[in-house]
Design a protein around this ligand. Structure first.
Ligand SMILES: [Zn+2]
Length: 422
């Protein structure tokens, strides 16, 4: 029972942290918010998600035999490897799999049952291993987007929610992932990370029949605005109003990411909250970011955006005043303390900051708790998505749930995009 409770707590803390930010590391243009949907897309794209980065050694488990291919030369390095437990590491000589050394820098591992366990989690499909010049390894899960989404949804929303809310989440997450793939830098070996900096992904281990059903029922469906894909951000709860992507990250303005009056999340569990933080803790956190200031006396809100979120603050201290952008201040203080920037601040007794806030997350795009309430009020997923992403359309990008194909030119557009598929 205790263990079950612990697992539930872990799951809920993950849900509450589903506040993905903007992952600029692998992006070709970190400011872009619109990419035309290629014509004639007829197959599901392959995602590449970094599941471990810069590790010296890592353990894998297999149930079945697996093969090893050198990605650079296309050469089959080993067929029918029978190790169940694998210790993986890199050296000057190449990639080590237990006592065998393979002279390669980038390899693809494919098991017969299409499953591989990395640390505590099982992942579907293939594993790509990249060894850098320092012999550190990066592990990438190479997986069709539909299977990928089945490992995302249970981490982002509760599988117990109404099916229409789960379907809305599936379409938003598919759109977000597709945008990141299309906007990926060709030199980057992966499009997404597995944490809140992209969207949380935990592989086959967390799959649930209800969230997987929501993925299947919306297969191939994405959001577009005038035929273009946009990064369909979402967050846990907006606290009343959502805000615009450009005001939070300085990205290009987008009509579907401008913010709406939500209200549906009113009364749900993250709608209002209170936190405290000592000035001493704040000073330490700022120092870690190389922001050196004197003894903090108070924190003042300078300005707010149209949704009421704090755009910038003044930290008044013994030797001056430091102005900090609201979203930067939230990141530095920690997303668990500053759950949002929709806050009122009160400096108490010269040593403590009292924070009263609304919502959890960056506040851009879909409000997940609002989605839950809308679905409970019998809104359909297309209506929910159009509400949170105004002027957007649900578009069938590739084969529909019934297996029908979109009409038009059937060109293999996906493989023509260099670096997106191997
Ligand atoms: Zn809301």
């Amino acid at each position: 029972m205790k263990n079950k409770l612990l697992i539930l707590l872990v799951i809920f803390s993950c849900l509450s942290l589903s506040t993905h930010g903007y992952s600029a590391s692998a992006a070709k243009n970190p400011f872009r918010t619109s990419i035309l949907l290629p014509i004639g897309m007829n197959q599901q794209p392959i995602m590449k998600i970094a599941i471990a980065q810069n590790v010296d050694q890592i353990n894998l488990k297999f149930n079945t035999i697996f093969t090893l291919v050198d990605i650079e030369t296309g050469k089959l390095l080993a067929n029918r490897l029978t190790f169940k437990d694998v210790s993986l590491k890199g050296s000057e000589k190449g990639i080590h799999i237990n006592d065998k050394i393979f002279n390669a820098r980038n390899v693809r591992l494919m098991s017969q049952d299409k499953l591989v366990q990395v640390r505590e989690r099982v992942y579907r499909s293939n594993l790509i291993i990249i060894k850098d010049e320092k012999n550190k390894l990066t592990l990438i899960n190479e997986i069709p987007i539909e299977d990928y989404l089945k490992g995302v949804l249970p981490m982002e929303v509760s599988p117990r929610w109404n099916m229409e809310a789960l379907k809305a989440q599936a379409v938003a997450a598919r759109t977000f992932a597709l945008f990141q793939a299309l906007n990926a830098n060709p030199e980057s070996p992966f499009f997404l990370k597995r944490d809140v900096s992209s969207q949380v992904y935990a592989g086959k281990t967390v799959e649930n029949f209800r969230t997987s059903e929501a993925v299947n029922l919306t297969r191939g469906q994405i959001l577009t605005y005038r035929g273009a894909v946009f990064p369909a951000y979402f967050h846990s709860a907006c606290g009343g109003k959502t805000t615009s992507a450009d005001s939070v990250w300085g990205v290009w303005k987008h009509p579907s990411l401008g913010g709406v009056q939500c209200g549906f999340c009113r009364g749900t569990k993250h709608y209002t909250w209170k936190k405290e933080m000592s000035f001493q803790d704040m000073k330490l956190k700022l120092a870690k970011e190389k922001i050196k200031i004197g003894a903090i006396q108070k924190v003042q809100i300078l300005d707010r955006d149209r949704s009421g979120r704090v755009e910038s603050v003044n930290v008044v201290h013994s030797t001056g005043v430091k102005k900090i952008k609201g979203s930067t201040f939230r990141r530095i203080m920690g997303y668990d303390i500053f759950r949002s920037t929709l806050v009122e601040l009160k400096s108490a007794s010269g040593s403590l900051l009292k924070i009263v806030g609304n919502g959890w997350g960056h506040g851009v795009g879909m409000c997940q708790w609002g989605t839950k309430v809308m679905a409970d009020k019998v809104f359909r997923y297309e209506q929910i998505l159009r509400f949170y992403y105004p002027s957007s359309q649900v578009t069938q990008a590739y084969s529909s749930p019934k297996g029908s194909r979109i009409s038009g030119t059937i060109s293999n557009w996906w493989t023509s995009l260099k670096g997106l598929i191997s």
